[in-house]
Design a protein around this ligand. Structure first.
Ligand SMILES: NC(=O)c1ccc[n+]([C@@H]2O[C@H](COP(=O)([O-])OP(=O)(O)OC[C@H]3O[C@@H](n4cnc5c(N)ncnc54)[C@H](OP(=O)(O)O)[C@@H]3O)[C@@H](O)[C@H]2O)c1
Length: 259
């Protein structure tokens, strides 16, 4: 991790992490704050996000709670206004909030992914509202604050399941996971990443997508073999890239992921 290099660029950076009340987003917030970066921990439920920040504040970490539902443009705008008023600028935006809502119980009572032909249009819409339109709404709302930073960084939480190359390879470890809404939403996140990176290529802002790997969180009923802390690491690395770091990329902890 090269947080210290990043901190040489900006001595007192300010970050905002969406979906920060638990799972990987909480860990991203904790690790950034432990390195001295001030973190706005954003959550859609004000009680839950306050509770999450309280535990880190108790440990003396520089964090504060902010209400932000990525599917509600008004709540996103209010959050951006608040950050503008209190912090004046934003250096790091981590679009971490995400959902999976296409699981059901099979006859044996075990969770399974609903086959593509059986999901409802509304399921697809709900997934996209959070995972895709949410990323766009939040990025757009905070972009003017990121433009004020000498070294802005945007990290979009994708997934290995967003890679069309991996998903279409029958030998890929997770090829069996055919969750139409979730997987295609993460492919769209990759598309959004490339689009913003291209627009911002002549600015100091770097835009990258992160694949945290399969981590045990509420998202998957804690079935993943990795910890949320391990999942947070690549996002933290991309959030604190040095000046000569990459933009317009898609990375996991081992390096570039094929689109
Ligand atoms: N876990 C994995 O194996 C894995 C693998 C690849 C990618 N990812 C991605 O990593 C990110 C974090 O997931 P996680 O595994 O840490 O899951 P998680 O523990 O379920 O956390 C998801 C977070 O997103 C928040 N969220 C959901 N809808 C929201 C909305 N409308 N507005 C604001 N926040 C919202 C949740 O808030 P509430 O508590 O209020 O619901 C929660 O804080 C997601 O983008 C996920 O797709 C995870």
């Amino acid at each position: 991790m090269n947080i210290s290099t990043y901190r040489q660029l900006i001595p007192s950076p300010v970050a905002l992490v969406t979906g920060a009340n638990k799972g990987i987003g909480f860990e991203i917030s904790r690790i950034l704050a432990e390195s001295g970066i001030f973190v706005w921990m954003a959550g859609r439920d004000s009680a839950r996000i306050k509770e999450a920040t309280a535990s880190l504040k108790k440990a003396g970490l520089p964090v504060d709670a902010i209400s932000l539902d990525v599917t509600d443009p008004q709540s996103v705008e209010s959050a951006a206004q608040h950050v503008q008023t209190v912090s004046g600028a934003l250096d790091i935006l981590v679009n971490n909030a995400g959902i999976v809502n296409e699981r059901r119980l099979n006859k044996a009572g075990e969770p399974e992914v609903i086959p593509p032909s059986q999901i409802e249009l509304n399921t697809l819409r709900q997934t996209y509202e959070t995972n895709v339109f949410g990323v766009f709404t939040v990025t757009k709302a905070f972009l003017s604050l990121l433009r004020k930073s000498p070294a802005g960084r945007i990290v979009n939480m994708s997934s290995g399941l967003g890679s069309l190359t991996q998903r279409s390879d029958p030998n890929w470890a997770y090829s069996v996971v055919n969750a139409l809404a979730y997987c295609s939403s993460k492919t769209a996140v990759n598309g959004i990443t490339v689009a913003f990176a291209k627009e911002l290529k002549d600015t100091p802002i770097k835009v990258n997508a992160a694949d945290p790997g399969y981590c045990a969180t509420d998202l998957n009923g804690h079935s993943g073999p990795r910890t949320p802390t391990q999942g947070a690491e690549i996002a933290v690395r991309l959030a604190t890239l040095p000046e000569d770091g990459p933009t317009c990329g898609y990375f996991d902890e081992n390096g570039p992921v094929p689109w």
